[in-house]
Structures are given as C-alpha cells and as structure tokens.
Design a protein around this ligand. Structure first.
Ligand SMILES: [Fe+2]
Length: 273
C-alpha cells in the first residue's frame, strides 16, 4: 500500500492542491495530514474543501487545537518575543478568516491516528507522541531517546511534523521515526519547494540507494518528495491579504525570516540568517 503524509499546511492551499495531484499521480491509496492547517498563508477556508473532497484524515496540530477551541494564541512553542509577535499576526488573521463550522471541525480532530497495514503499526502525531507542540530536530534528538519514544508509543512507524524540516531515522527492530516536513513553507534552504512523504509498505528492494530521501524499515519504504507549486501566486495573494512582507519573502526566496530562534545550531547554520 502507498500512503501520502502531509505535514503543516499553514493555509497554503495551493501547495496542498499540488501535493494531492502529485500523490494521486504516484498512485497513493490513502492520504493523511499531520496537523497545523492554519498559519502563515492566505485564505484559511480554502484548505478544508480539499481535505474533505479527497478524504484526507487529519491529526490535530497545536494550531488546530487553538483555533478550534478559541484560544488566545497558537501554542506554537516559541520563546523569542519577535517570533511570538509574528505568530500572533498569523494567528489573528487565521482565526478571523476561518468559518465557525471549520473551527468546530478542527476541535474534533484527534491528537493521534493509529492504523495497521500489513502488520506494520503506524502512529501519526503532530510534534511527538507525548506532546503536540514538541519540536524534534534531527541534530538534537538522540537515537536512544527516539527508541524509547517509539517503544512507549507501541508502534513500528511514528510520523510527525511541527518543526518544519523533514528528516528520518531508522531504529532497532526495523522501526522508523520520521518528520514528514511541511507543505506550508519552504525549509530555510534557499529553495522554494516544500516537502511531503510517501510510504510504500511493500517497498523493500525498490527505489534507489539515496539515503537522504529513502529509508527502509522492514518492508517499509519512506520517500521524501520535493514539491513545487505556484508559490508566486501564493505570495501575491499573501500581499493582497496584507500579511507581513517577512512571510511573503520566505515563500519567494526559501529562507526563513521568522521562527529562527527555535532552530538548533546545526539546522540554523544551514540557513542564511
Ligand atoms: Fe505545530
């Protein structure tokens, strides 16, 4: 079975549209979203019909929990005042432009989704299995810690998003942890594409040996997919909605201008700022 996993959408309905088309072209059987439907981009309500029309099951991200429950902020987990200031602009815009029906629907989303395919136990979460807004970065998350996390979660494959940068690590007993990336904004690498992941549960022996994009865990093959979409149109719509230039610039040039404070040194050194 081939399954697509989309991370934070951040109102980027154009990337979501492109991801659905791309995944369907690759012959996926199911699609999931790991939460954070809102933030950052324009026109929040344009995301929901796409999710419903394509039967995309969603985990509740911190953003969805906040919007759905009428909270005052996004629970994004930033500590820097500048990051929180920009996060609040996004949050207020997204809240004001999300219908009551869609807000209500977000409040009903589960904090995790479990299912089993071919004997492989999947656990989908947002940040980590133990905390919705936990940042798990590649450079600062030890394998020892991940082993314990995945054991406690009683799963073979654990998938999350939240931090905004994709990575994966194979664990003992053919288990796998992966951050599937986000559709909402590029990865602070000077490129405008975004990322999602496809898992093929019958994938062992297929694909190539590119360790950056492929991971085999037992018979599970995880592939990270770089996705281009009409980012110039998104930027124009963000400008028209009077969203901050800092956000628009990230979409146009692929460098983060906000939320840098949460990045560990290694991930931060890959960026421009
Ligand atoms: Fe999040």
């Amino acid at each position: 079975m081939k399954i697509a996993f989309f991370g934070g959408i951040y109102n980027n309905y154009l990337a979501l549209q492109a991801a659905i088309q791309d995944a369907e072209r690759r012959g996926v059987d199911r699609m999931f979203c790991l939460g954070d439907l809102g933030a950052f981009g324009p026109h929040p309500d344009r995301v929901f019909p796409l999710l419903r029309d394509h039967q995309i099951e969603c985990v509740q991200g911190n953003y969805d929990n906040s919007i759905g429950n009428n909270l005052k902020d996004c629970q994004c987990g930033y500590t820097d005042p500048r990051d929180n200031w920009f996060a609040q602009i996004s949050y207020n815009y997204t809240y004001a432009n999300t219908s009551i029906e869609n807000r209500r629907w977000m409040s009903t989303l589960p904090s995790e989704i479990r299912f089993e395919v071919d004997g492989i136990r999947f656990l989908l979460c947002h940040g980590s299995p133990r905390k919705t807004n936990e940042f798990l970065w590649e450079s600062t998350t030890s394998t020892h810690f991940l082993e314990r996390l995945v054991t406690d979660a009683v799963a073979d494959v654990v998938l999350g998003t939240h931090s905004g940068i994709h990575w994966q690590r194979r664990l003992s007993d053919d288990r796998l942890f992966a951050n599937v990336g986000v559709l909402g904004r590029p990865e602070n690498d000077g490129r405008t594409n975004v990322w999602y992941a496809i898992i093929d549960t019958g994938g062992a022996g297929e694909g190539n040996a590119d360790a950056d994009s492929l991971s085999y865990a037992g018979s599970v093959l995880l592939e990270f997919i770089p996705l281009t979409y009409d980012h110039e149109r998104l930027a124009a719509e963000m400008r028209a909605e009077k969203l901050p230039d800092e956000f628009v610039n990230s979409i146009l040039n692929g460098w983060w201008t906000t939320c840098l404070e949460v990045l560990p040194g290694k991930e931060r050194r890959r960026g421009r700022y």
